[in-house]
Design a protein around this ligand. Structure first.
Ligand SMILES: [Zn+2]
Length: 89
């Protein structure tokens, strides 16, 4: 899995958001109540900066990050596209 994205990745991702094709199925089940992720509802979009590679240089691009909400317990979970997995420190 690449650590950074290309502009094509971002474009494809934005297209998914536009067409409402971001689905929660790939998320883990709710860590709080165990509800299956496929029942999660879209909660909010949050603008986030992504790093992408353009002509061998790193540039930043803003794209929305989708947040889902567990309808059972109210816990919210962010959906990260493949190219933007959260950094683990
Ligand atoms: Zn839950």
């Amino acid at each position: 899995m690449p650590p950074t994205a290309t502009r094509e990745d971002i474009t494809a991702y934005l297209e998914l958001i536009e067409k409402d094709q971001i689905k929660p199925h790939r998320l883990p089940d709710c860590t709080q109540c165990g509800l299956a992720a496929c029942y999660f509802k879209i909660h909010a979009y949050r603008e986030r900066r992504f790093l992408i590679i353009v002509d061998m240089t790193v540039q930043s691009e803003y794209a929305p990050l989708v947040r889902f909400r567990c309808p059972a317990c109210g816990k919210t979970v962010s959906f990260y596209p493949d190219f933007a997995l959260p950094h683990k420190h």
